[in-house]
Design a protein around this ligand. Structure first.
Ligand code: UDP
Ligand code: MN
Length: 436
């Protein structure tokens, strides 16, 4: 009897321990999620609601695109997959390598027609340890929803993933799409920024379109982007990024937003001024954006080279989006969000406890600050005083690029493109460090 009681107590405490760890993990994630810089704007409303309101139910909307099953958070497969991939692998595996997502475009967009004769596109998708089905849904959505004559190729850059599924199994699966796909395997981990440059250097389409490896494109997603660039080759364009939930994988339409950032140079979404939506084009009108989220955009290939691609000394991840945004605006280009082009993206929780990622982000941001912020540098250092004397490598090449391109000052950018950048709000650096 005594033995049984002891055993019960023992099992009970293990069970309590397990649940405490699990709950603490999801609580932490939930908190982080609120602070995380996401690629997609805050959710406006569920897609079903959107479809209902606009009375636009498409006959083609599949029944399986929203899975309403209860999520079993105690399922070890879910737990292990979430820690490894940052999304619900149980549902991802169930959805498989392709699905149809609901059409999230405004009704004005659905009536638009685009020329048959547009430039061709090379789609560049870099991935590092992405969940197999998620990566495949990115590829299959592009294959299924892009007119063949606009699609030059899809270039996949494997940034030295070490997951078995992404080796022979991926090669085999990609064979099915054969001639349109190029797979490049990096010999060492290069990080997102250099991987994109590697992809771009192998591209031959007129336009480069960068996508993350956990996206699903929507209907007629590419044509509005190509059309905008065809009219002005110095125009860099982003689709409106819809949200794919990391737990349910439901696809949700996003509201109209523009890209912005604070003095810590961390990207955030911002409201669009109502006057920008005046006129007959309404919700379909391109939105002038001070910054881009970074993962998903299209740019003329020659213009990308002319503009100096990326800063190849930037590591792993982060900061490159703000750098490119400043460079586009200050050096004679333009940056717009095109609401008629919709691409879904799964926002994962970045593991900022990872020291390498944190270090790379600070290094990258410092390179942006010292190259582009002129007399406004100190506004950044007031936010991040501990970075003031930290090394950021050699930026001579980027400073020379700025001169060669005849770029305008940061003051000009503030006056003309982003006057709403708050003069100064100080956040506690300890708090910043906690989450980044
Ligand atoms: N990525 C990569 N190498 C890295 C880090 C990221 O190729 O060292 C890829 C990643 O798989 C993804 C894209 O770069 O396809 C953007 O990364 P992530 O989605 O983590 O960034 P976020 O969307 O959170 O900005
Ligand atoms: Mn992403």
């Amino acid at each position: 009897m005594k033995n049984i009681i002891v055993q019960c107590l023992f099992c009970g405490s293990i069970a309590i321990g397990f649940w405490t760890v699990l709950l603490a993990y999801f609580h932490y994630n939930q908190e982080n999620r609120q602070l995380k810089t996401t690629h997609e704007p805050p959710r406006a409303r569920s897609l079903e609601e959107n479809v209902y309101r606009q009375n636009h139910v498409s006959e083609k909307t599949p029944k399986r695109n929203i899975i309403n099953d209860k999520i079993d958070f105690s399922d070890p497969e879910f737990y292990k997959g979430f820690v490894q991939y940052g999304l619900n692998v149980v549902i991802s595996r169930r959805l498989g390598i392709q699905r149809e997502v609901p059409d999230s475009r405004d009704k004005i967009c659905r009536q638009k027609h685009y020329p048959f004769n547009l430039p061709t596109a090379s789609i560049i998708i870099c991935f590092y340890n992405e969940e197999f089905n998620t990566l495949m849904r990115t590829v299959s959505s592009v294959m299924n929803l892009t007119p063949n004559h606009f699609l030059e190729e899809i270039i996949l850059v494997d940034d030295m993933s070490d997951i078995d599924d992404l080796k022979e199994k991926l090669d085999y699966q990609l064979e099915l799409f054969r001639e349109k796909i190029k797979l490049i395997r990096n010999k060492k981990r290069e990080g997102l920024i250099r991987s994109r440059m590697i992809g771009a250097s192998r591209a031959s389409g007129d336009i480069l379109v960068f996508l993350d490896s956990h996206c699903e494109v929507n209907r007629v997603w590419l044509e509005p982007l190509l059309d905008a660039i065809a009219k002005n080759h110095k125009m860099v364009v982003c689709p409106l990024i819809d949200a794919i939930d990391d737990i349910t994988l439901n696809y949700t339409a996003s509201p109209l937003v523009r890209g912005a950032f604070d003095w810590n140079l961390i990207f955030r979404w911002d409201n669009v001024f109502s006057y920008e939506l005046d006129g007959p084009e309404g919700q379909s009108k391109p939105i002038r954006s001070p910054a881009m989220a970074g993962g998903i955009f299209a740019i003329d290939r020659h213009y990308f080279n002319e503009l100096g691609q990326y800063d190849k000394e930037m590591d792993l991840w982060g900061g490159e989006n703000v750098e490119l945004s400043l460079r586009i605006w200050m050096c004679g280009g333009q940056l717009f969000i095109i609401p008629c082009s919709r691409v879904g993206h799964i926002s994962k929780i970045q593991n900022f406890n990872n020291a390498a990622l944190k270090k790379a982000l600070s290094w990258n941001l410092l390179r942006v600050v010292h190259t582009w912020l002129d007399e406004y540098k100190d506004n950044f250092f007031l936010q991040r005083p501990s970075l003031k004397y930290v090394s950021y490598g050699n930026i001579t090449e980027r400073v020379e690029l700025r001169k060669r391109l005849g770029c305008k000052s940061f003051q000009w950018y503030l006056d003309n493109i982003f006057p709403e950048l708050e003069p100064f709000i100080r956040t506690d650096e300890k708090e910043w460090n906690h989450f980044h």
